[in-house]
Design a protein around this ligand. Structure first.
Ligand code: ADP
Length: 393
């Protein structure tokens, strides 16, 4: 079956058409600047890249143009070949602990979670509506970023605030990147020959957004992102954990509203804010090499925070079999892996530097005698969404 995987943002839409039998992407692409002007970048199976500058006034036009690109560039002959659509949905709240076939009731329930992800869920729903109009009768599945983490115990998801906020508004830790953490921990069990029912894995998903998850016996038992994707690690532009009193302190000093401060914490903080250089780790490493002290400092603080989280999840699970790195930075940057490994020396962790320098493949990069395995596993959220979709339809 050919499955169209859609990841819809407020002004962008990423897509992949995947053949579920071969698990190969037949086409991938990105619509940008929807509602502004519009650009569609389409990549064929052979890697040819086509940029189309047609106007994209809304998501429905974007999806129509995606289907046109898929037929024009021969990923499909006609739209009847699309057997199902898998939608990434960011927040499923406590309502969804697994993927579901989309029905009017499911859409209503997703809408009820809008409050929890005001930037993401409304955009995801727009993408679902647009696909329903253009591909009537094609089954659609919602795959939630939060679903994998619904196995967390209360001790991991409750905050130390009055219980009424949980009762009234469901303020709690939800966690994100669940599709990636689930896929990568599953691959780690296979790669490491671990027992799915008796394994302790820590997945470090380090991209622009970054989160760490403790996966015990195949289930998420704790994760670093919280009610929103702002908590936890320091990220490209997000602050991650901080003393909550800092908000009021800065608000008074700088005469800023809470909204303005939250915006700073989301968009102008992290390694970008710390270094004043960039949110991209390649730029930071270049700046460090050129002697930029703030860039060097930001990288140090970043690596320390990741290592601390890994340490705390070893305690949370009372042990660890494998620490796994994934996403842009986790897959490509040997330095961050070395930093974390150096903090795990007390467990006898040692990396094979030749393997650590490789990129783009699934690898165990720790030395064979290392009791704890360290792995690199490229994430593939689209393939995970495709698999979930096929399983449900
Ligand atoms: P997201 O999906 O969250 O947007 P990615 O998983 O694509 O992000 O990760 C993007 C980040 O990965 C970039 O900001 C960059 O800092 C980092 N990255 C990518 N390639 C490299 C590399 N070769 N070395 C260091 N960092 C890299």
């Amino acid at each position: 079956m050919k499955v169209l995987v859609i990841n819809c943002g407020s002004s962008s839409l990423k897509y992949q058409l995947i053949d579920s039998e071969t698990e190969k992407a037949l086409a991938t692409g990105l619509c940008e600047r929807i509602g502004i002007d519009g650009r569609l970048t389409h990549k064929t199976e052979s890697g040819e890249k086509i940029v189309l500058e047609d106007a994209l006034p809304n998501h429905e036009v974007a999806i129509k143009n995606v289907i046109k690109a898929l037929t024009d560039y021969k990923a499909i002959e006609s739209l009847d070949e699309i057997g199902a659509v898998g939608h990434r949905v960011v927040h499923g709240g406590e309502k969804f602990n697994h993927s579901v076939v989309i029905t009017p009731e499911v859409k209503k329930a997703i809408e009820e979670c809008n409050d929890l992800a005001p930037l993401h869920n409304p955009a995801n729903l727009i993408g679902i509506d647009a696909c329903e109009h253009i591909l009537p009768g094609v089954p659609m599945v919602a795959v939630f970023d939060t679903a994998f983490h619904q196995t967390m115990p209360k001790e991991a998801y409750l905050y130390g605030i009055p219980h009424e906020y949980y009762d009234k508004y469901k303020v709690r830790r939800y966690g994100f990147h669940g599709t990636s953490h689930s896929y990568v921990s599953g691959r780690a069990i296979e790669l490491g020959g671990l027992d799915p029912k008796n394994s302790k894995i820590i997945v470090c998903h380090l991209g622009n957004g970054a989160s760490i998850t403790a996966v015990k016996n195949g289930e998420s038992v704790d994760t670093s992102m919280g009610l929103t994707p702002l908590e936890g690690l320091i990220m490209g532009t997000r602050s991650g954990d901080l003393d909550p009193a800092i908000l009021e302190f800065i608000s008074k000093k700088e005469n800023l509203s809470l909204e303005e401060i939250t915006n700073i914490l989301n968009k102008k903080s992290g390694v970008l804010g710390m270094s004043g250089v960039s949110s991209d780790f390649r730029d930071l490493e270049d700046a460090e090499a050129a002697g930029n002290e703030r860039a060097a400092e930001a990288l140090k603080v970043y690596g320390y925070r990741v290592s601390k989280y890994v340490g705390s999840y070893i305690a949370a699970m009372n042990g660890v079999d494998a620490v796994v790195f994934t996403a842009g930075l986790g897959e490509n940057d040997k330095n961050i892996r070395n930093t974390v490994a150096s903090h795990l020396g007390f467990l006898g962790v040692e990396l094979d530097q030749e393997l650590n320098a490789k990129r783009g493949q699934e690898l165990i990069i720790s030395k064979p005698e290392s009791k704890v395995k360290v792995m690199v596993i490229p994430t593939n959220e689209e393939l995970a969404i495709c698999r979930e979709t096929v399983a449900l339809v």
